[in-house]
Design a protein. Structure first.
Length: 423
């Protein structure tokens, strides 16, 4: 009986030790899983934040590309109205344009009449659309970006806490609860490379302007439209290699401070000759328009342009006094130039210089104080990295840039990595 009692006591003790060891193993395993999940969730929050910044940057540059289209279309509307006026008063006559350069040019000249002359209403509509795009860039997108940068650490900390509570508190372990204190958990950040990761930079920089210009170049309507058409036969034996010319000019430019300027013009250049200057072209403006943006109209220096009166002055004498490269049609366009206010290109999010081409790592140590006063610990490390798709067809902003870690392509992912024991 004594031996039986000893064996029963030893069995009960062994069973208790085995039960306690099983609980400890279970708690340690649950803590490992929870720590891995928390580290991965933190890296995932980082990836989502970077992808959000990339999406905001892409949305911002898309809005600015739309603003460029609006400016170009508004300028083209003004240009068409001037073209219609010249066609109505037949200066120059459409029949003359068709005789020298072909019926297609005469037809395009007279087609402007179908649009009427009420460009003021259209300009107001374009102006309202321009302001809506600019409001999205400078107010909505900028507020979302600032809020994301401000709340990033709080969002990541909340994700870590929720994951730990869900995985440890509901694992069936010795301790249960709905808070870190009830579960005896404490968190130590061993490594955090996200500090100062994202910065806001001015978009009035060569980098952003080059990105925007590369997108503008993909649209023929926004590129330079410099074409010159000449008639076939000789006009004057004293000028055997010169012809009448029909010059179409159009361009959209962005300045170093992020302001736009658009010009459209069409002019007929009739070949003339006199003994003083020899062969020259007499210019007849057919259509013109100019539109630009400025940060403030109050500080805008208006330059009064005196248009020449050729009833009192010979054209070739006037042309000699002009600056080289300034045509009469461009002068007409600048005299009737329209100016809109614009806040420029705004700001965008970018990676810090020292964090480019590097993954963003985070390492956590989670400790749990059990009811028997023992402490168990677990360490997990994860990273956020840039991984573009193998067959991406993205052309934004350059085809080769999709493989470069940046905040212009939303290709950020998260993964667990081995613990950084050396650090």
């Amino acid at each position: 009986m004594l031996l039986g009692l000893v064996l029963c006591g030893a069995g009960v003790l062994a069973w208790g030790l085995m039960l306690e060891l099983g609980r400890r193993v279970h708690d340690q395993s649950s803590l490992h899983r929870a720590t891995d999940a928390a580290a991965y969730s933190a890296a995932l929050i980082q990836a989502r934040a970077l992808n959000l910044h990339a999406s905001l940057n892409r949305a911002q540059i898309a809005h600015q590309l739309g603003m460029a289209h609006i400016i170009a279309v508004a300028t083209a509307t003004q240009y068409r109205a001037k073209l219609a006026r010249q066609a109505r008063i037949r200066n120059p006559p459409p029949s003359l344009i068709g005789a020298f350069f072909g019926p297609q040019h005469a037809q395009a000249y007279t087609a402007a009449l179908s649009g009427g002359f009420e460009e003021i209403r259209s300009l107001q509509t374009f102006r309202d659309s321009f302001l809506r795009h600019e409001r999205q860039v400078h107010r909505v997108l900028n507020q979302v970006r600032e809020l994301q940068i401000k709340d990033f650490e709080r969002q990541r900390e909340q994700a870590i806490h929720r994951v730990l509570i869900a995985n440890v508190g509901r694992s069936g372990g010795a301790m249960s609860g709905d808070t870190l204190q009830q579960l005896g958990l404490s968190i130590a950040m061993l490594l955090d490379e996200s500090t100062g990761l994202v910065t806001q930079r001015s978009a009035n920089t060569p980098l952003w302007r080059n990105f925007l210009s590369s997108l503008v170049e993909q649209h023929d309507f926004l590129t330079e439209r410099h074409r010159t058409y000449r008639n076939v036969w000789m006009i004057n034996p004293r000028c055997p290699f010169k012809r009448h010319e029909l010059r179409r000019r159009g361009r959209l430019q962005i300045s170093h401070d992020g302001q736009w300027r658009s010009e459209e013009s069409l002019s007929f250049h009739a070949l003339r000759y006199n003994k003083i200057v020899g062969c020259y072209h007499r210019e007849y403006p057919m259509g013109w328009a100019a539109l630009s943006t400025q940060s403030s109209l109050q500080n805008l220096d208006k330059v009064d342009i005196d248009l020449p009166n050729f009833s009192r002055q010979v054209f070739w004498r006037w042309e000699r006094t002009q600056r080289r490269g300034t045509s009469l049609t461009q002068l007409f366009g600048r005299s009737a130039e329209t100016t809109w206010t614009s806040k420029g290109l705004g700001r965008y999010a970018a990676l810090s210089t020292d964090r480019e081409n590097k993954p963003i790592r985070i390492s956590l140590e989670v400790s749990q104080r059990r009811r028997d006063r023992s402490v168990i610990r677990s360490v997990a490390t994860a990273q956020t990295y840039f991984f573009p798709p193998a067959r991406s067809t993205s052309r934004f902003p350059y085809r080769a840039s999709r493989n470069i870690p940046s905040l212009f392509n939303p290709y950020w992912r998260a993964t667990l990595i081995p613990n950084l024991t050396a650090q």
